[in-house]
Design a protein around this ligand. Structure first.
Ligand code: F0G
Length: 457
């Protein structure tokens, strides 16, 4: 088989930033060992997120020039609206400035004390927006999704038996929505099967609970369905996406992922009365319903990106290049979530640094070391992000201690990725020298963004 090549050529480049190890020691200390506090011009390879970091295509940049910036009724909005309607089959489309703005609006309306939102795994901002209303989010991930070392095709699936049990226990009337996150970002970027989505929909219908999709990475999920699920090999990605969305009553989307846009999002849905309530809130917080917190040019970039992302040459390269990094690490014995996710490789920090207890945040320790050793920025998805304290102030750790290496779309080439693998393997070979972390300052909500830490002496 021939090499799988980047399915694009490069017209415009931007610098990456080299620093010495001595400089990085000082930078990391100044940033309190939190990658969110490092300035990006001190990062060599930035794998903090795949969100808003995509390289846009020449077509998208052309669309940017065509953007109509009228306050109301811009043709750019109607192009955007028609694209989302065609993709999702949902008639009501509400633009927002990014995914969490969609979440904030939706959950402000349907959330509240005494309510429960059931999901495969809620992303951190989704959970935060749910909890901010006083409601509770419950993750019902399938068992295979909780074991990093055991490969399975659809580790993002909802545990169907647990879903039924939870609905019985909490009462369907207290569950405003079920939400399936595709792919499951917080659980290793793992896909959800069409069969699972269909099964969740059936249970939701029986219990009169609407089903929403957190659609940030819908195209990557659809490509996994095409590759791994029986009956989908010969279907096109738009057809698979149409089926996936057909089981949902609505969706929230961050266009910063699978729309190749640097900003943007939307809510799409069928329910007119809910859409009306969303638009009423939108006007207060985001803007008029034909721009919702975005410029006309952003709406153009999103509309073009949503179509481009379903190109199979692109998706083939995308999924294969993530797997390429994972395979190099696996061959060197590095513990990674298997199989590789759709947008990122996840290191299993608990296994990688098995001498560091979870209350010393092994994930954060590994994030720090990857930056120190090779200028690579990554992010912890573990107990710093999801940990809670019990009544005695003791840490209730997350299911898994992961370090995510999120690959920006169409940004880095194979040699960048080879370098990343080399750095991780070198760090792995001297892992016993790495120390745990302690928190010295933290916020109450979404603490990982701003927490200050220090290595344990
Ligand atoms: N849902 C999922 C599954 C996400 O991954 C994100 C963002 C959001 C919702 C919120 O979207 O950022 O546009 O407000 N994930 C980014 C990440 C931040 O790095 O994974 P947003």
């Amino acid at each position: 088989m021939k090499s799988i090549i980047e399915p694009f050529k490069i017209k415009s480049v931007e610098p990456i930033y080299f620093t010495s190890k001595e400089e990085r020691i000082a930078i990391l200390k100044e940033a309190f060992y939190n990658p969110f506090l490092i300035h990006s011009n001190k990062v060599l390879i930035d794998l903090l997120t795949d969100s808003g970091t995509s390289a846009m295509s020449s077509n998208q940049w052309a669309g940017i020039m065509l953007g109509d910036e009228s306050y109301a009724g811009s043709p750019s909005f109607f192009r955007f609206e028609a694209t989302v309607q065609k993709l999702t089959g949902m008639p009501l489309v509400i633009p927002t400035h990014q995914g969490r703005a969609s979440e904030k609006i939706l959950f402000s309306i349907v959330g509240g004390k005494g309510k429960y939102f059931l999901s495969n795994t809620l992303f951190d901002t989704t959970r935060a927006n749910i909890e901010f209303t006083g409601a509770e989010g419950i993750d019902l991930l399938c068992e295979e999704g909780k074991h990093t070392g055991i490969p399975a095709p659809f580790k993002g699936n909802v545990d169907i038996a647990l879903l039924q049990e939870t609905i019985r226990e909490k009462g369907a009337e207290n569950i405003p929505l079920c939400i399936i996150t595709v792919t499951n970002n917080s659980g290793g970027g793992q896909p959800v099967s069409m069969a699972n989505i269909k099964a969740v929909k059936k249970i939701c219908t029986e219990n009169n609970i609407p089903l929403f999709i957190d659609a940030c990475r819908f195209a990557e999920n659809c490509y996994f369905i095409k590759l791994r699920e029986e009956g989908y090999a010969s279907k096109s990605i738009p057809d698979i996406a149409a089926e996936l969305f057909s089981y949902a009553d609505g969706c929230t989307m961050s266009a910063k992922k699978d729309a190749f846009a640097n900003i943007g999002g939307f809510i799409a849905l069928h329910d007119k009365s809910l859409a009306l309530q969303c638009r009423n809130l939108l006007v207060i917080t985001e803007g008029f319903p034909t721009y919702g917190g975005l410029a006309g040019r952003d709406l153009e970039a999103i509309a073009i990106g949503l179509v481009e992302v379903m190109d199979e040459h692109y998706l083939h390269y995308r999924i294969r290049s993530i797997e390429y990094l994972a395979n190099k690490l696996i061959a060197a014995g590095v513990p990674v979530m298997q199989p590789a996710g759709g947008h990122a490789v996840y290191l299993d920090a608990k296994a990688f640094l098995n001498h560091i207890p979870v209350d010393q945040y092994p994930g954060q320790a590994l994030v720090s070391e990857l930056y120190l050793h090779g200028g690579i920025r990554s992010v912890e998805i573990g107990s710093l992000m999801f940990g809670k304290y019990d009544e005695d102030g003791k840490l209730v750790p997350a299911h898994m201690e992961l370090v995510r290496l999120a690959i920006p779309r169409r940004v880095y080439t194979q040699s960048h990725i080879d370098y990343v693998a080399e750095v991780i393997i070198e760090v792995f070979n001297k892992r016993s020298e790495i120390k745990g972390m302690q928190i010295i300052e933290e916020a109450q909500v979404l603490r990982h963004f701003t927490a200050k830490l220090h290595p344990v002496e």
